[in-house]
Design a protein around this ligand. Structure first.
Ligand SMILES: [Ca+2]
Length: 378
């Protein structure tokens, strides 16, 4: 009897373990699914110059938040060339241990604007303060990497291109994906051209760009208040994107960017953190000149916590496509004076709680990097 009871107990124990194993797998899957569903899905489209700097720091804020699931980073030429931006982004992800996030190559050139035409316009109408990848003192051919003090990546970008990834993701998660735009809008315009449903299937577009009436002595804007690099670099792309039927468009313009500053004090606070993200920023962040705004970081932070924004107004927005002195300038209207042709309302941010923003900036960059939410590959 004793032997039989022991065997019975053994059989029961094996059965219980088997049952537990069977039950646990679906439970864990469900927990992962719930975790995935609770997170706010975002694709980061960025002219991702680096190391550190506004482009990479803005990406990091979105990855460092516990609230988000970054589906991918789509890269576009802007502040630097596409190839070097992809390399800086891959390397940053390696350093923070998040190589699970796919990096996708996008457009190497704007849709219409060329470097040659831009130089002709500059000879006629005066020089432009920031030309991104075309800035003479940094210029090198598009395929070269430039300096990479953080080291070259060993990981590779995805084989899929940015525009097709953007389209595929909004079909996979309809009305759930926020499109974060921190650079020229070329990739988004290409996605819209491939699939006109792309904007209406996204949850919203949030972007850093445009300039209305910034209150600043910064020479970049003092005489050209309607000039802003992201929209200027690819005006035709911005025109396509701003006229598309998004459910919501949120804009962080120069007007509010100039109320922020990266400072050595902020860098020191981040540097004191032990997270890989903090170490990366501490090692590579550099102040350049007098006007080190937290351009793209504010777009990230305000999306994560809209209470940072203390003043916002609706405008209708488009871009000047005339190939004269105003080519690429921001055009805006109110309800009262907007053109008859189709223009979209845009929520424009004008003022912020600066101290709250700086605290969030430091807190997120010094926090441990969240682990990937694993289910299926994007
Ligand atoms: Ca950017």
């Amino acid at each position: 009897m004793k032997i039989r009871a022991g065997r019975l107990l053994g059989i029961c124990a094996v059965a219980a373990v088997t049952l537990m194993t069977c039950l646990r797998a679906p439970c864990e899957d469900k927990r992962r699914d719930d975790q995935r569903n609770e997170k706010r899905k975002v694709i980061i489209d960025q002219d991702a110059a680096g190391p550190a700097g506004t482009d990479q720091q803005a990406i990091l804020l979105l990855i460092q938040s516990q609230l988000t699931e970054v589906l991918g980073i789509t890269v576009v030429t802007g502040d630097a060339w596409l190839t070097e931006e992809v390399a800086h982004t891959l390397r940053m992800l390696e350093l923070i241990g998040r190589t699970d996030i796919p990096v996708l190559r996008g457009a190497e050139y704007p849709l219409v604007r060329t470097k040659e035409e831009t130089e002709r316009l500059e000879q006629r109408y005066g020089s432009v303060a920031w030309l991104g990848a075309w800035t003479p003192r940094f210029y090198h051919p598009p395929g070269e990497l430039g300096a990479m003090p953080e080291g070259k990546p060993t990981t590779k970008p995805a084989e899929e291109d940015a525009a097709h990834f953007l389209v595929r993701m909004v079909h996979k998660y309809p009305h759930e994906v926020t499109i974060y735009e921190g650079g020229p809008m070329t990739n988004l315009a290409l996605a819209i051209s491939i699939d006109p449903e792309f904007p209406s299937l996204a949850k919203e577009l949030v972007f850093m760009g445009a300039s209305l009436n910034p209150q600043t002595d910064d020479p970049e804007f003092a005489n050209s208040p309607r000039h802003e690099f992201n929209l200027w670099f690819d005006p035709e792309a911005a025109h396509i994107v701003l006229r598309a039927p998004w459910k919501q468009i949120v804009c962080t313009p120069v007007d509010i960017s100039v109320k922020t500053r990266m400072t050595n004090e902020l860098i020191d606070k981040i540097k004191a953190g032990h997270s890989p993200a903090a170490q990366y920023i501490g090692k590579y962040a550099r102040l350049r000149g007098s006007y080190n705004y937290l351009w793209d970081e504010l777009t990230s932070a305000a999306w994560l916590d809209p209470s940072l924004i203390t003043k916002k107004e609706n405008r209708y927005m488009d871009i000047n496509l005339d190939h004269g002195p105003g080519y690429g300038d921001t055009l805006t209207w109110t309800d009262r004076d907007k053109p008859k042709r189709e223009v979209q309302p845009v929520e424009v941010q004008f003022d912020l709680d600066t101290e709250k923003f700086y605290k969030m900036f430091v807190d997120l960059l010094t926090a441990p990097t969240p682990q990937p939410v694993k289910a299926s590959a994007p």
